[in-house]
Ligand binder design. Structure first.
Ligand code: SF4
Length: 352
C-alpha cells in the first residue's frame, strides 16, 4: 500500500492545479514589494489570517516604506500593533527597518543570508518573503506545512525535535518545483489551512489523496505527533482605573523589558484572593485616589500565562504618576488587549 506514496517531486503538479481554483485571496498575495510581503509575514506569525488582514492595510498605509517605518517612534509602531499580541515582533520589525536604512541603503536585502541576519527574521520568514515576492526557490516550514508534509511522507516524532525539524526542512526543499516555487509554497500553506486541517481533514477533496502516506495507512489522526505543551502560569492581578473629575484616567507604562514591555496599562499589581481588595485600596491611596469600588473581573490568556484581573475604580485628585488620558487617546498608545479589557470594565462603571 505504501508503495503508492508520492515522490517529493510529484507533489507540485496536482497541488498547483488545485491552487489555481482554491487558493485563498489574500491582500499580500501577488505583491512584488519585498518590504510589504515582509510586513505581512511578521503580522501573520502567531496570528490568524483573518486578524492579520485587518492590521496589514492600516500598517502599510501608515508606514508605506521601510524608511517611514525606520523613522517612526517605537510607541507609534506599538500603537498600530495594539491588540495583535506578541509585541516583540513589532519591536524587531522596527529595529530591522532601522538596520535596513542604516546598513543596506534603505533596500530590504534579497540575499537570504543578509535578510536572515535582520532582527526577528528566521529561516521560515526568509523563505516565505523571498519566494512569495520574488519567486525565489526557498523552502518554508510553518505549522500548516509541517502538518501536510508529516502526513504525506509519514514523518514520525514530534516536530519540535531537532532531528524531525531537519527531516521536515529537507522534505520542504525536496518538494519545491523549479517552476513557480512561490505559488507552490503558498499552495502548501493553503492546503494545510483548509483541507489538511488538524482534526477531521477533508481527504476526499484533497488533490494529494492518491499518494498520501497517512491516508493510505489510516494514520491521518496520528500525524504530526503532538509536541509537549508548555505549562501555563496562572496569575491573579488587581487593576485600578483612577479617574479625575474631568473624566481623564491614569495609565502607566510597563517596564522596557519582559512581558508586554513598554506598553500602557492601568496601574496594576499582582494580588491573590482576598488580598485583592486591600491591594486595590493601597494602590489607590498611593496614586492620590479615594476608596476603590469593584468593577468586575476580566480574564486574559497569553501563550503561557493566564491573567485573572479584578478591576477597581476610584476617584483621583490627579497626583498619580503616569499619563492622564481619555478613552479617545487609547488609539494613539500601545495598549495590549489584556489592558484594554480592564479599561473597558473600569469605564463601564458609572463615575465614582
Ligand atoms: S490526503 Fe488528507 S491527510 Fe493527506 S495531505 Fe490530503 S488532506 Fe492531508
Amino acid at each position: 500500500m505504501i508503495d503508492l506514496m508520492l515522490e517529493p517531486e510529484e507533489v507540485a503538479p496536482p497541488l498547483l492545479r488545485w491552487y489555481a481554483g482554491h487558493g485563498r485571496d489574500l491582500p499580500w498575495r501577488g505583491l512584488r514589494d519585498v518590504y510589504a510581503v515582509w510586513v505581512s509575514e511578521i503580522i501573520l506569525q502567531q496570528t490568524r489570517v483573518e486578524t492579520g488582514q485587518r492590521y496589514f492595510g492600516p500598517f502599510l498605509q501608515r508606514f508605506p516604506t521601510v524608511q517611514s517605518l525606520a523613522a517612526a517612534e517605537e510607541g507609534e509602531v506599538l500603537a498600530l500593533w495594539s491588540g495583535l499580541g506578541f509585541y516583540r515582533r513589532a519591536r524587531s520589525l522596527h529595529r530591522a527597518a532601522r538596520v535596513v536604512v542604516q546598513e543596506h541603503g534603505g533596500q530590504v536585502p534579497t540575499d537570504p543570508e543578509a535578510l536572515g541576519s535582520l532582527p526577528g527574521i528566521g529561516r521560515y520568514t526568509v523563505g516565505a518573503v523571498l519566494s512569495s515576492a520574488l519567486n525565489a526557490k526557498l523552502p518554508i516550514l510553518d505549522g500548516n506545512v509541517i502538518r501536510v508534509l508529516s502526513r504525506l511522507f509519514l514523518v514520525e516524532g514530534a516536530p519540535d525535535r531537532a532531528a524531525v525539524q531537519r527531516r521536515l526542512w529537507a522534505l520542504a526543499e525536496a518538494v519545491l518545483p523549479d517552476d513557480r516555487p512561490g505559488d507552490f509554497n503558498q499552495a502548501l500553506m493553503d492546503l494545510g489551512a483548509s483541507l489538511c486541517s488538524p482534526t477531521s481533514p477533508s481527504c476526499d477533496r484533497c488533490p494529494l489523496a492518491d499518494g498520501c502516506g497517512a491516508l493510505a495507512e489510516g494514520r491521518v489522526d496520528d500525524l504530526p505527533e503532538p509536541t509537549k505543551k508548555a505549562k501555563v502560569r496562572f496569575e491573579e492581578r488587581v487593576a485600578l482605573l483612577v479617574a479625575r473629575d474631568d473624566g481623564r484616567f491614569l495609565l502607566q507604562q510597563r517596564p522596557p523589558s519582559g512581558l508586554l514591555a513598554s506598553l500602557w496599562e492601568l496601574p496594576s499589581v499582582e494580588a491573590e484572593g482576598e488580598v485583592a481588595v486591600l491591594a486595590a485600596g493601597e494602590l489607590s491611596a498611593e496614586l492620590g485616589g479615594g476608596a476603590p469600588r469593584a468593577c468586575g473581573t476580566v480574564e486574559h490568556r497569553f501563550s503561557h500565562r493566564h491573567w485573572t484581573v479584578r478591576v477597581f475604580r476610584s476617584r483621583g485628585d490627579g497626583r498619580g504618576a503616569g499619563r492622564w488620558v481619555t478613552a479617545g487617546d487609547l488609539a494613539d498608545l500601545g495598549v495590549p488587549t489584556a489592558s484594554r479589557k480592564a479599561i473597558d470594565a473600569g469605564l463601564a462603571e458609572p463615575g465614582t
